[in-house]
Structures are given as C-alpha cells and as structure tokens.
Write a protein that binds this ligand. Structure first.
Ligand code: G4P
Length: 534
C-alpha cells in the first residue's frame, strides 16, 4: 500500500468522559466491531473503584491494566483505528491532557441522565483550546434521562460547543423505539434488553416515508417528524470543514451497553474524523506526508517489573515512517538511537513491528533516556510544542527519611517526574524540594513507588501554596523584577526545566503581586511564548 494511503486510512482518537458515563463500555463495543475481541467484558476497566481498600494498591493494579489499554488498535473495514486511553479519575487529569496532545480527534461520552458533568467540562475545554475535532455520543438512551433538546442545549451552554445531531432518538428509556440516522435516512430499531442482534437497521426513503409509521407506530412517527423539523430549524447543517476546525460538533445517540447506535457512531466517525494531522514544532509545521520520520513522547510507563528498571515510552508518529533498527535523533540529548524492538499495539496485545506510520503509536523500551515531550526525528532539529504542565493543586515538601538512601531518592524522584506523575519545584532560597500534584492520591503513589522501585523512603511536610505561576518578563534586569525577586524570594522556585516559578500562597497575594509588578507576567501553564530570553 502507498505511504499516503496508509496515512489516509488511519484514525487516532481518544474517548473522554466523566467517570461512569460509559467510556469503557463504548471502547469495548468498538473493539467488538473491529473483531479485536470476541466477547463483551474482555476490556478491563482501568478506573479506580470507589471505596477500594487501599487507594495506592488500587492504583498499582490499575497501572498493570493501563499499560495494556494505553493504546487499543484495530482494523475495521480497511481503516486502522488507534484509540488512546485517557484516565477518567480526576487525580490523573494531567495524564489525560498529555494524551490529548497525541490524538487527532475525540469522542465525548455524555450520560443522558446526568448530562454534562465536571470532568467532561474540563476535558472538553482543553480540546476546545486546541481546536480538536469532537463528536458527542449521548449514552444510556435505554434509561430515562433528559429530553434530547434540553440536553443539546446544556451541551452548548456548559461545554461552549456548537452542535448538530447526526442521529436522533425515537423515545427513550422504557419507550426507546430506535434511532433515526439523519444522514442516511434509516431507522435502527431497538429490540430491547436482550437483543444481541446488531444489524437491525431498516432503510426508509426519508422521514415522511409511511413505512416509518408501521415500524415505530404512527404516534412515535409523528413526534419524530416534528422533532426532526425542529432539528432542521435550530441546528446548522453538518459541515466537514467546520467540524475539522473544531467549530461544529456532530452528536450521535445510543446505548453502549446494548450495543445500540454504536455502529452508526463508528461508521459516522470513520466517514468524517480526521486522518493524522499536521503538527506544530517550534521551528515549523510538520506534515504527516513528509518522507522523514518525526514523533514525540506523550507518555511514559515505568517499572512494571520492579526487578528490571524498564520503561516504555509512547511515541506518536507525526511524519514519515518509523522503522525498526534505524538510527533516529533524540533531539534533546542530541544523540542517535536505534530501537531493536519497538512495540505496536493491537487490541490489548503488544507486538514488535518493523514499520509504523503517521497516526500510529509505538512503545519504545527505555532505560531513562526519555522525558515526556521529547522529540525524535530522522535528523532534523525539531521541538514539538504543546505538552504544557498546569499548575498543580496540592504541594508538599518532600524529605528524605533515610540519609543513607539519598541517591536512590533523588533518582526515583527524577524518574517519576520524567514520567509525569507529579511536578518538582526547587526553592531558590534554600534548595528544598517541593512536589506538586493534581490529586492528593499521587503523594501516596510516589511514596509507595519510591519505596518499592527505588528502595528509598520519604516523608512529606505541608506547604501552603495556592497556585504555581510561571514567571515571565521582558526585562530580567529591570528594577521592578529585582524588587520582586527580593521581596518574594521565599516564594520563588525553579521547575525541572529551570523555569522560574512563583508559588503564590493565596489568590489575594497573587492578585496583589500582579498589581504591584505589572511588567511581570504570571502564566498558569508552563508553556507560553516568551517575552525575552532568561
Ligand atoms: P466509564 O468507563 O466511563 O467510567 O464507564 P463504564 O463503561 O465503566 O460504565 C459505567 C456504568 O454504566 C457500568 O455499570 C456500565 O455497565 C453502565 N453503562 C454503560 N453504558 C450504558 C448504557 O448504554 N446503558 C446503561 N443502562 N448502562 C450503561 P456499573 O454497574 O457501574 O458497572 P458494571 O458492574 O456493569 O461493570
């Protein structure tokens, strides 16, 4: 197959939702269509169960599963589909943000009864900021839930989206009769709880076709006709360009549990979802069709076997082909590296592959060379943008609890930070180390992993920080900056990339500082266009 055809047949995406909306169930049904798994229940949920006996043990269990569900790839109808897994638990939100830098589009799952929930709002906001094309899947239509129009309204209001339904439900819950496919004018009849049959679609000429009345009853047919008229009046027609540029979001309805409306979603997705997209590097924009390989690390999975310090770095291929046993340039280290056993992912298995294409993910065995955000190329110096760190929510001093093990502790902390488990800040004043995390759970994870994987013990000490702000100014030698650095010296730290960070202890002090030093800019993400060099 030609290189360009290989690119054109690839779809790399993520499924995002608030926990319990049905992401795992939907993923599993998609895999069933691809023939990648044979039975329902085969995909293990990687979510952290509520009320687990011990949170961090649960996380370890989850880590074991999540290496196998990080990338779920399968073939469907000549299309190569790569689903990138995104943790639903809010404490791992930063993991999800990073994974979103490697997807070309997303499917947002919304529970029909619960509507838009908190995690959905946050994740969609990140996608919106990056203009990632989004399809919305309204799930659990077999249950009583919100009225379809009210829900579409809520999605527009709360998520700031502009939606257009491509399918429409006929009834809901107990009364669910089917789904009308607006694009193809056919009706998928809902055969009820016990249906295993997934091919019960009946084509009708259009919504006026009298056959509809006999299929779903004339009352439901009349309601559907009225509702579709409203849909046409209210919502813009589907426009591929607008969808691809993140300005319009098509909506599908269904029930993942009953495998209902899932095939329509999958077929619709393949039809409209983007092929691997161009990506901006600091130097230039790189097209997937370029001959030379380039890619970047968006995830690192470490130490599944504590006896071997083994890590798997996940690389998204942006351009060219990635080939086994070929030398590539690790741009940050300015070093050529060869990989004899790159892994590709198929459903829940990984296998060594000789060649991978743009859109694909390869897993490279690593002994500590990679950090999240690193770029690999065929030789060109490129730095891919867009893996920012956000201000953590929780901050604690980390202390070494065993003076004989300080080397182990430093190495462990270093590697865990490269993996993106948390962020490390070193105070300017006294060199003390502060760990910042998104969720309180990570402190336990770090402590547990330091002990079990590195043989180091640590203790924590509370530190009152409201927000970490990355500092920038046009003139680092100005009197204003010098005054700021002197007055706030207690609150200044360096992050792992040696960028200056202000650890504001309250929103009030941040506000006052901003007012007092107007020439200093405080950023809430680590990546921004600099006003000057440092
Ligand atoms: P998540 O990955 O987004 O967290 O959600 P997951 O798929 O695990 O689904 C959460 C719960 O919702 C599960 O029930 C699942 O069976 C149910 N569910 C998913 N899709 C549908 C649907 O279309 N209709 C209905 N009625 N339920 C659905 P659970 O009882 O929490 O878990 P389990 O014991 O069934 O695994």
């Amino acid at each position: 197959m030609k290189f360009t055809d290989e690119i054109a047949r690839r779809r790399t995406f993520g499924i995002i939702s608030h926990p319990d909306a049905g992401k795992t169930t939907l993923t599993e049904k998609l895999l069933l269509y691809g023939g990648a798994i044979q039975e329902a229940g085969a995909v293990k949920s990687n979510k952290i169960k509520k009320g687990a006996a011990s949170d961090f043990m649960e996380i370890e269990r989850q880590r074991g599963i999540s290496v196998s569900t990080s990338v779920l790839a399968f073939e469907y109808d000549g299309t190569k589909i790569n689903i990138l897994d995104t943790p639903g638990h809010k404490d791992f939100a930063e993991d999800t943000y990073r994974t979103l830098t490697a997807v070309d589009s997303v499917i947002v799952v919304v529970d029909v009864a619960k509507g838009v929930e908190e995690q959905t709002e946050k994740l969609v906001e990140v996608c919106r900021m990056r203009n990632i094309p989004m399809i919305v899947f309204i799930n659990k239509m077999d249950r009583e839930g919100k009225d379809a129009f009210d829900l579409l309204d809520e999605i527009e209001q709360k998520l700031g989206l502009r939606v257009t339904p491509l399918s429409f439900p006929i009834g809901m819950g107990y009364d669910l009769k089917g789904i009308y496919n607006i694009k193809e004018s056919n009706v998928n009849l809902f055969a009820g709880e016990n249906s295993k049959d997934i091919h019960n679609t009946v084509a009708v000429k259009d919504v006026q076709d009298p056959q509809l009345d006999s299929l779903i009853g004339s009352k439901a047919a009349t309601t559907l006709r009225e509702e579709l008229e409203l849909v046409e009046g209210i919502y813009p027609p589907f426009d591929s360009e607008e969808y691809l540029s993140g300005k319009l979001q098509p909506v599908f309805f269904g029930s993942a549990l009953h495998n209902f409306g899932v095939r329509e979603l999958l077929d619709g997705f393949i039809d409209i979802a983007p092929t691997p997209r161009a990506k901006k590097a600091e130097e230039r924009t790189v097209l997937p069709t370029e001959k030379d390989f380039s890619g970047f690390v968006f995830k690192i999975h470490a130490n599944m076997d504590p006896k071997h310090r083994d890590r798997l770095a996940f690389i998204k291929i942006v351009s060219g082909t990635f080939e086994r046993n070929t030398a590539y340039k690790h741009v940050r280290l300015d070093k050529n590296m060869k990989f004899s056993s790159p892994n590709a992912f198929f459903a829940e298995k990984k296998e060594i592959v000789d060649i991978s294409y743009p859109g694909d993910i390869v897993g490279l065995h690593d002994t500590g060379n990679f950090k999240i955000g690193d770029t690999l190329t065929a030789g060109e110096t490129l730095h891919y943008k867009g893996i920012p760190a956000f201000s953590p929510e929780h901050f604690r001093y980390i202390n070494n609890a065993d003076p004989l093990k300080s080397k182990q502790l430093n190495k462990g902390v270093d590697q865990l930070m490269d993996e993106g488990v948390a962020q490390l800040f070193t105070l300017e004043l006294n060199g003390r180390k502060v760990i910042g995390t998104v969720g309180a759970l990570q402190f336990e994870v770090i402590q547990y992993r330091l002990e079990h994987e590195y043989g180091a013990t640590c203790s924590y000490e509370n530190l009152n920080v409201h927000k970490a702000c990355w500092v920038d100014t046009a003139d680092w030698k100005s009197d204003e900056f010098k005054d700021f650095a002197r007055v706030k010296s207690k609150f200044l730290a360096k992050d792992k990339r040696n960028q200056l960070v202000f650890l504001a202890d309250s929103s009030f002090s941040l506000q006052m500082t901003q007012q007092k030093y107007p020439s200093i800019i405080f950023h809430f993400v680590s990546e921004f266009d600099r006003l000057s060099g440092m």
